[in-house]
Design a protein around this ligand. Structure first.
Ligand code: NAG
Ligand code: NAG
Ligand code: NAG
Length: 974
């Protein structure tokens, strides 16, 4: 059954195929000419790409093309007369197919993507009335003879292609031409003189090409011309006098050429003209009085020429005038009062002239929407005219004149104002509070005046504000927090004033901010940390103020230029060329009296594990320690009332002591979970811990560290993670922390336990008493400095600890001298390892912004998204640390006006054979060069740019041991 079905369908296919193959021949033999249209169009279709399938209806089996999309026929002859394929997304070339269409009158292929040049044979031009190829990508020159047979052509549109070469002289054969549009191509050379013989021409658009030379004489024969556009070319010389004979002209555009001379007298005859644009030429002389006779003018643009003299008072006769642009000329005198009669004026631009006199009052009484009088010598007070406003103005630019007096509060009446620029005048007094009524304003510039008083709170009412410029005035007081209501603000410039007080944190709410300049004021206080969250900042200049404390970390502030922060003596951070104090004064005092010891020692053993209750207030207080600036808080740590506390408070915490984690008690949502890894019995006997303001040991990328003492007198360091919002789920967190808890090495700071709630995580570390390596190297502890032997031991111990971590597949990610602690015997202990594992993923952005404090230690691959981060990034950081230990210099040192990168400096010294001079000055004469030089070379190898060129830490340890005892090996570093 199946087989017979197949056979049947195959038969049908064969039958249809035979039909398709034979029918055209059949039809052709009956009526040979009819099918030229079908064949021609099919050939045309075969030459172009039709991605949207618009030509799908074009089927070569049809015996007529008349029903095809885009095709029109003469109903009597059934021959194709029109092809309208505008905007069909066709691409490819126009082939020869259309030559078959002997009766084609209109060919319109506009707004496609056709390419290639047009050959003389694209179509039978001799019958065409309309040829529209505009808005394609056609290129090349038009063949010289292309228009030879174009006697029927009425409309020619080749605009917006890439045609080049000369406009062919044969165009003058198109004697019926009414409209020619060749604009926006690359036609060059001069205008073919024959074009003036086309006296049927109504519209000529040759704009936006590269045509040059003088406009030839003879235009007067175009007595049907309505519109001429020769703009955006390089025509030179004068406007031909004959233009005045084209009496029907309504639109003249000669803008953006090299035309010169004065306006021809004959222009006055063009009383129908409503559009005259001569902008950006070199016309000179006075604007003739007769301009007032061109009564239909709606747009007059004479801008950017060299017109001089007065603005003629006959302008007042131009009562249809809507747009007048005389900007960038040499006009003098004051504006004629007669212009008050130009009742239809919408746009008036007189900027960049030398106009004098008062601000004309009529400007504010008319229907004007846009007024620019900037860069003139206008005088007087802005007071009275603004007061009379009828409120149509949207754009008002009075900048750079000589206006004096106060800004009138009636400015608030200009309720449609979007743009207000009064900068560069002599305005005095306060900024009126009514400014807040300008709800539509998006650009306010009052800079470079003599305004005083404070920035009004009402500025927050200008809710559309995009740009605010108030620089170079005498403004005082605070920056109002109400500015946060201007949520669209991108530019805030208040530099060179007398502003004081803090930078309001509200600014950090303005997430669209890009350019902020607060420089040269008296701003004080510290910078709101949240500023680092502004995502679009491009510049943030706070130089020359009295700001203090640490620069915000992260985001734009990681790359802020030193010039943007200079001149703030109390500002710190690497960019400010001043290190921040490691311990910030944040007093936390734990009151030992608040907990009683009555039950201590009575703890019942629970399956061999001890349960300890830690009151939540203790942990909250530790958590809050980073936030609280002043104040004393009593907290209780390690309260041993097992039963009573547990039953009294759902918020009680359970602490499980023991080395078997699997017995950690489960916790409900309200309570946190504290786990100590060691079952130290002393621990459970309980002790009071006291945290006071000295207890903050320091802070790093992952959080602040506090010292506390457990009940047994055992000191620990507690790190409060500030990355809590990034931390993984509890399960993942505990798994990773327990892994880190098992990492024990004499040169690593031991992790002794942790505390978890969703909002707060603490890590409990072994306390190391001797301070960190950074302080030893750069701040000196007790006036001592490290000897060569101590330094070598530190390098070796650090190397061993990293080698050990790498064996366990743990990358440190944050190796730097402040993370290397020195214990009482001088042994280095590396802390803070593996913390990046607590983050949900090893996000480079998070890593580099969290570890950004480690400036100079960060391996170059962090900046390169395509390179995988491996343990070799630790080798790099270690190499920098080695150089730091040997030279006693910071990885990046900021000099007067120079930034010195340590490894570049040592590398340079090595090349010059002066590497010994790099060794810490305090060691001079007290170190063995045969150790110090190879150690420095090792440091340089470790800081190779390419990760694979760096040795691994195991090799580093071996090399160091060889350097110490060269007799035991032959290897040497070159
Ligand atoms: C035209 O073609 C170019 C190049 O093939 C392509 O990039 C462009 O998107 C096309 N434009 C249209 C409107 O199809
Ligand atoms: C010429 O063609 C371009 C592109 O289609 C068009 O923008 C322009 O308005 C036309 N010029 C005239 C005078 O119609
Ligand atoms: C007036 O002309 C100048 C120069 O040609 C131009 O920059 C300015 O934008 C024009 N003014 C208006 C309001 O269009």
């Amino acid at each position: 059954m199946r087989a017979s079905f197949l056979m049947k369908s195959q038969l049908i296919v064969v039958f249809v195929f035979v039909l398709v193959a034979t029918v055209p021949d059949l039809v052709r033999s009956l009526n040979p000419s009819l099918n030229d249209d079908v064949l021609g169009l099919i050939v045309f279709k075969a030459d172009v790409r039709d991605p949207n399938g618009y030509l799908a209806s074009w089927n070569e089996d049809d015996d007529s093309a008349c029903n095809w999309v885009g095709v029109k026929c003469n109903p009597r002859s059934n021959r194709v007369t029109e092809l309208n394929l505008d905007d069909f997304s066709l691409s490819g070339r126009i082939g020869r197919g259309l030559l078959q269409l002997q009766f084609l009158r209109k060919l319109s292929l506009a707004k496609n993507n056709l390419t290639g040049s047009i050959s003389p044979s694209i179509a039978r031009v001799d019958n065409l009335r309309v040829l529209d190829l505009s808005e394609n990508s056609l290129s090349g020159a038009i063949p010289v003879d292309f228009f030879r047979q174009c006697g029927s052509l009425r409309v020619l549109a080749l605009a917006k292609n890439k045609f080049s070469g000369k406009i062919p002289e044969s165009l003058s054969s198109c004697s019926a031409l009414a409209s020619a549009n060749l604009s926006s191509n690359q036609f060059s050379g001069s205008l073919p003189i024959g074009i003036w013989s086309l006296n049927g021409l109504r519209s000529l658009d040759l704009s936006d090409n590269s045509l040059e030379a003088e406009i030839p004489k003879g235009i007067e024969s175009l007595n049907n011309l309505r519109a001429i556009n020769l703009g955006k070319n390089q025509f030179s010389g004068k406007v031909p006098d004959g233009i005045g004979s084209c009496l029907l002209l309504k639109s003249i555009d000669f803008s953006e050429n090299l035309l010169s001379g004065s306006l021809p007298e004959t222009l006055r005859k063009l009383s129908l003209c409503n559009y005259l644009n001569l902008r950006k030429n070199s016309f000179r002389g006075e604007v003739p009085d007769y301009i007032g006779e061109m009564k239909n003018l709606e747009t007059l643009d004479l801008s950017a020429n060299r017109f001089s003299g007065y603005v003629p008072s006959s302008m007042g006769n131009l009562q249809s005038l809507k747009v007048l642009n005389l900007s960038a000329n040499l006009f003098t005198g004051s504006l004629p009062d007669s212009m008050v009669k130009c009742a239809n004026l919408i746009l008036l631009d007189l900027s960049q002239n030398s106009l004098t006199g008062d601000l004309p009052a009529w400007i504010f009484n008319s229907g004007l929407q846009e007024v620019s009088l900037s860069e003139n010598d206008l005088l007087g007070s802005t007071k009275s005219p603004l007061g009379n406003s009828l409120g149509k103005l949207e754009i008002l630019d009075l900048s750079h004149n000589s206006f004096a007096g106060e800004i009138p509060s009636s400015i608030g009446n200009l309720s449609r104002l979007r743009f207000l620029n009064l900068s560069g005048n002599f305005l005095v007094g306060r900024i009126p509070a009514t400014i807040g009524e300008l709800k539509a304003l998006d650009n306010l510039d009052l800079s470079e005046n003599q305004l005083n008083g404070s920035i009004p709170l009402e500025i927050g009412g200008v809710v559309s504000l995009n740009e605010l410029r108030l620089e170079k005035n005498f403004l005082s007081g605070k920056i109002p927090s109400s500015i946060e209501n201007c949520s669209s603000l991108t530019t805030l410039i208040v530099a060179h004033n007398r502003l004081s007080g803090p930078i309001p944190a509200a600014i950090a709410q303005l997430t669209n901010l890009q350019n902020v300049d607060l420089s040269f004021n008296n701003l004080s206080g510290s910078l709101p940390k949240q500023l680092a969250n502004l995502p679009h900042l491009l510049s943030f200049n706070i130089s020359h103020n009295n700001l203090q404390g640490e620069l915000p970390a992260g985001g734009f502030f990681n790359t802020i230029s030193p010039f943007s922060v200079t001149g703030n003596p109390s500002l710190c951070g690497s960019v400010a060329n001043k290190s921040c104090p490691m311990v910030l004064p944040k007093p936390i005092v734990l009151n030992p009296n608040s907990s009683s010891d009555t039950a201590s020692g009575s703890l019942p053993p629970n399956l061999g594990h001890k349960r300890i209750i830690l009151s939540i207030s203790a942990l909250i207080a530790i958590g809050a320690a980073a936030v609280i600036v002043v104040g004393v808080i009593a907290i209780t740590v390690l309260n041993l009332h097992v039963r009573s506390s547990a039953s009294r408070s759902a918020a009680a915490l359970t602490l499980s002591a023991g080395d078997d984690f699997s017995h950690s008690p489960t916790t409900d949502a309200n309570s946190g979970k504290l786990v100590m890894f060691s079952g130290d019995p002393d621990f459970s006997t309980g002790a009071h811990a006291l945290l006071n303001k000295d207890c903050e040991l320091g802070r790093g990328g992952f959080g602040a560290v506090y010292r506390t003492v457990l009940r047994d007198g055992h000191p620990v360091a507690i790190k409060k993670l500030t990355v809590s919002s990034l931390v993984k789920s509890q399960e993942d967190f505990e798994r990773e922390v327990k892994k880190l808890g098992k990492v024990r090495h004499p040169n690593l700071v031991a992790l002794e336990g942790y505390y978890w709630t969703t909002s707060l995580q603490l890590l409990i570390y072994e306390f190391i008493s001797g301070g960190n390596l950074y302080k030893h190297l750069h701040e000196g502890i007790g006036g001592n400095f490290l000897s060569w032997n101590e330094r070598f031991n530190i390098i070796l111990g650090t190397a061993k600890s990293l080698a050990y971590l790498h064996q366990l597949n743990i990358i440190h990610y944050n190796i730097k001298s402040s993370n290397v602690l020195i214990d009482s015997t001088g042994e280095p202990k590396v802390g803070d390892f593996g913390l990046a594992r607590l983050l949900p993923m090893l996000d480079r952005y998070v890593l580099s912004s969290k570890i950004q404090s480690a400036l100079g230690y960060m391996a170059p691959e962090f900046a390169c998204r395509t390179v995988k981060i491996t343990e070799k990034c630790d080798v790099y950081g270690f190499g920098v640390l080695v150089l730091e230990v040997v030279t006693g210099k910071r990885p990046v040192e900021y000099m007067e006006d120079d930034v010195v990168v340590l490894c570049d400096m040592v590398r340079g010294a090595l090349e010059e054979g002066k590497v010994e001079e790099c060794v810490d000055g305090r060691l001079q004469g007290k170190f063995p060069a045969e150790e110090a030089i190879p150690v420095m070379k090792l440091g340089l190898i470790c800081t190779s740019q390419v990760p694979s060129n760096r040795p691994d830490m195991g090799e580093v340890v071996n090399i160091l041991e060889l350097i110490r005892c060269p007799s035991e090996g032959q290897e040497e570093l070159e």
